[in-house]
Design a protein around this ligand. Structure first.
Ligand code: UDX
Length: 458
């Protein structure tokens, strides 16, 4: 069967892989190819052991791989063959030079733009999927039009809003799909082509078209607003701990106001993930560039509160355990930045583990999916760290448990058994408020939730 269209995705990461798998599933009439410079990653995508864990992903990949979804390393051939090219390469925060710690590092992205230019022999629609600073599409167009090779390029912005852990559902039933284009005749035509693609499974009223700058900015703003919500509830949790108010009660009370809404109001040990901090720092950098220092300060504070929340958690552990952790064994239950993913990027658990080791604690890390990443994150830390997947084994002989990821598995553990196996007095620091605190207290634990009064036996 000849395919109606050939789609290429450059970058086989957390966004590119699952997005293309769902496009291939929903559009059997299209050929979808994913390329990456990393041959190991491509080999993993072609194996039974996919490089990322996402519920439902492996089933879809099994269904469509070799039918109309292909993972390859030849970027040039991929570019030559394709009609639509999604660019989904990583854009980490710069760690060098001007804008270090804030601006996006666009080196991979620019290399990709140059490759597209070099290998293209027919008109292409280029779709920005990576989260990029505002006006990047313009830079992309400039690179592609810098010399004439008689090829027409139209650049669209189509930010991805999927959350890790629910990526497949988010892709199959998105709240909205956002497509930004130049408002020229060919820009609008390219936009319509992408609208048609999504319309294969997304209702038209959920496909939103805007100008290209609105689309780019919306992605940064959406993540900034979400992160701000977490920092807002976390800031109130600090006050709850001082006043005996209960953050869960406060969250439901304010969440019942329709204007506020009840989602994303879980106080925690802090937000992590590859997007929130990076996108806010990007926004901050943009605001400073345009001389909007007050706006920049406002958003920067969302990140500062997040850092503060993690430090507060560590301080609480130290303080509760008689101001010394030296020689004590502390188990982190969870290392992923949130449940249902093996991803540990910007996970609060990284800072917590490091600080505990600095206090000379022996740290045990447990997580059902993230131990490989945890080892990599902590490879330069000298101190005692053990990695034990089974939570019962992990907590054995520990003085304290700190819950850092809200895995369901931890909610239903046999805490009577765990208590028997731990050193006394035994402590639980619930950085996600997922456990039954009164029950733990009854068993004998000293319990320290987030934003709630502690329950101690002394
Ligand atoms: C986020 C956005 O939700 C998504 O739209 C965007 O495309 C990428 O960034 P993700 O990073 O996968 O997705 O995770 P998300 O579910 O948003 O959680 C981010 C962090 O906030 C996690 O560490 C999570 O544990 C924390 N969080 C979230 C809270 O601490 N409390 C909450 O109430 C919600």
């Amino acid at each position: 069967m000849a395919f109606e269209k050939k789609i290429l995705c450059i970058g086989a990461g957390y966004v590119g892989g699952p997005t293309m798998a769902v496009i291939a599933q929903k559009c059997p009439q299209y050929q979808v190819t994913v390329v990456d410079i990393d041959p190991v990653r491509i080999a993993e995508w072609n194996s039974d052991d996919l490089p990322i864990y996402e519920p439902g992903l492996s089933e879809i990949v099994k269904e469509v791989r070799g039918r109309n979804l292909f993972f390859k390393t030849d970027i040039g051939e991929g570019i030559r063959e394709s009609d639509i090219i999604f660019v989904s390469v990583n854009t980490p925060t710069k760690d060098y030079g001007l804008g270090a710690g804030k601006a996006a590092d666009l080196q991979y992205w620019e290399q990709t733009a140059r490759q597209i230019f070099e290998f293209s022999e027919s008109p292409k629609i280029i779709v920005e999927k990576s989260t990029l600073p505002v006006k990047t599409a313009q830079a992309m167009e400039r690179i592609l039009r810098s010399e004439s090779n008689n090829t027409r390029f139209d650049v669209l912005s189509n930010p991805e809003f999927l959350s890790e852990g629910t990526a497949i559902n988010d892709l199959q039933n998105p709240d909205r799909v956002l497509i930004g284009s130049m408002e020229t005749e060919s820009g609008l035509k390219a936009r319509d082509t992408l609208v048609e693609l999504y319309a294969n499974w997304v209702p038209r009223e959920r496909i939103l078209t805007t100008n290209i700058w609105s689309s780019e900015l919306s992605k940064l703003a959406a993540n900034a607003f979400l992160a701000q919500r977490v920092s807002s509830i976390n800031s109130i949790s600090a006050l709850c701990e001082k006043t005996d108010a209960d953050i869960t009660e406060v969250a439901s009370a304010i969440g019942m106001d329709n204007r506020i809404g009840s989602k994303f109001l879980n106080a925690s040990v802090g937000f992590g993930g590859s997007c929130f901090k990076k996108d806010i720092m990007n926004l901050v950098y943009l605001c400073r560039y345009y001389g909007l220092d007050e706006v920049a300060d406002y958003w920067e504070h969302v990140v500062r509160i997040n850092q503060y929340q993690q430090e507060r958690f560590i301080f609480r552990i130290l303080n509760a355990m008689f101001n010394t952790l030296s020689g004590k064994r502390i188990c982190l239950l969870g290392f992923a930045f949130k449940a249902n993913t093996g991803d540990t990027r910007e996970s609060p658990a990284i800072l917590i583990a490091k600080k505990l080791v600095e206090e000379n604690a022996a740290v045990v890390i447990s997580d059902p999916e993230a131990l490989k990443n945890a080892r990599a994150d902590l490879k330069d830390v000298s101190g005692q760290i053990d990695y034990i997947k089974d939570p019962y084994e992990a907590v054995r002989g520990c003085h304290a448990i700190a819950v850092t990821t809200e895995w369901d598995l931890y909610r239903n553990l046999d805490f009577e058994r765990i208590y028997q196996d731990m050193a006394k007095p035994a402590f639980v620091f619930d950085g996600r408020n997922i456990l039954n605190h009164p029950k733990l207290f009854e068993i004998g634990f000293n319990v320290f939730p987030i934003g709630k009064p502690a329950m101690t036996h002394f």
